[in-house]
Ligand binder design. Structure first.
Ligand SMILES: NC(=O)c1ccc[n+]([C@@H]2O[C@H](COP(=O)([O-])OP(=O)(O)OC[C@H]3O[C@@H](n4cnc5c(N)ncnc54)[C@H](OP(=O)(O)O)[C@@H]3O)[C@@H](O)[C@H]2O)c1
Length: 266
């Protein structure tokens, strides 16, 4: 077997939450390039169907699960059941859906119960629900891979940045807990910590964000794909419980990038 054969994912099936846009879309396309069939999950129909068209054009099977809110455990359970039924089996789960809009710009006293729950639910409860739903199937099949997506904010404190950094720190710990609990069930768990990967729709903003980075530039979303393929593939069979930073050296610099910290005083 050649070294590149270890990255081959033909015959495998991956569920990717938030597959319709941004980093989730890039990971879905890269896994499909490596031979993997894809289950794309999200709430909106359009992005989930659009990425499905691109994946089918690569010759892969695709199941679009739009209308699935990963903060709703009943919807998550139904999505996993549909994935197993339609695709036959699931080998990989990528818990990518999430983001930072909940309570953005508010100080601590201004944050509502709903802000707190929204931020925690979308970034950590969602990964817990999806992992809980897929683990029995993976154990029955003799193993699988779960890849979580955290953020540089899972490692640093952020002024007036509560739910996002707290939840993303929890994602790192969820990765370790799953890895240790299911090591003997052959379920490998890993986590990706992206730095700054803004959409390329506003190049002025992209350049300004890049100037805050040690590398002098932001990450480009397609740069996430090869890391996701590595972690999902047999090439990473002895890697578990670990979080891999992909941030151009931002965390290594030990500094919070200027201009990224929310400015409001609490
Ligand atoms: N981009 C960055 O710079 C960066 C940096 C660090 C970490 N991250 C992390 O990387 C992940 C992807 O970020 P991104 O920048 O690619 O964001 P994005 O483009 O906003 O994509 C997020 C995706 O998740 C889906 N989603 C969000 N909440 C959901 C829910 N409750 N149920 C189902 N689907 C949901 C969205 O689709 P619907 O709205 O249709 O549901 C969307 O497709 C996130 O976890 C984010 O925190 C991103």
């Amino acid at each position: 077997m050649g070294i590149l054969d270890r990255f081959d994912m033909h015959g495998q099936v991956a569920i990717i939450t938030g597959a319709g846009t941004g980093l989730g879309k890039e990971m879905a396309l890269s896994l499909a390039d490596a031979g993997c069939d894809i289950v794309g999950v999200g709430r909106r129909r359009e992005p989930i169907e659009e990425v499905g068209g691109l994946i089918r054009a690569k010759g892969r099977r695709y199941l679009g699960c739009h209308g699935t809110d990963v903060t709703n455990s009943a919807q998550v359970n139904a999505m996993v059941a549909a994935a197993v039924k339609e695709m036959g089996h699931v080998d990989v789960l990528i818990n990518n859906a999430g983001g930072g809009p909940a309570g953005r710009g508010k100080t601590l006293p201004e944050l509502t119960d709903e802000d707190w729950r929204e931020g925690m639910d979308s970034n950590i409860t969602s990964a817990f629900f999806c992992s809980r739903a897929i683990v029995p199937h993976m154990l029955e099949r003799g193993g699988g891979r779960i890849i979580n997506v955290t953020s540089g904010w899972g490692f640093r404190g952020g002024r007036n940045n509560f739910m996002y950094s707290i939840a993303k720190g929890g994602v790192v710990q969820l990765t370790k807990a799953l890895a240790i609990t299911y090591a003997q069930g052959n379920i490998r768990t890993a986590c990706i910590a992206p730095g700054t990967f803004p959409p390329a729709d506003n190049m002025e903003r992209v350049a300004a964000r890049g100037a805050t980075q040690p590398s002098g530039r932001v990450g480009f979303p397609p740069e996430m794909g090869p890391l996701a393929v590595f972690l999902a593939s047999p090439a990473a069979d002895y890697l578990s419980g670990e979080t891999v930073l992909i941030d151009g050296g931002a965390i290594a610099s030990g500094l919070t990038p200027a201009g990224v910290v929310p400015r409001a005083e609490g």
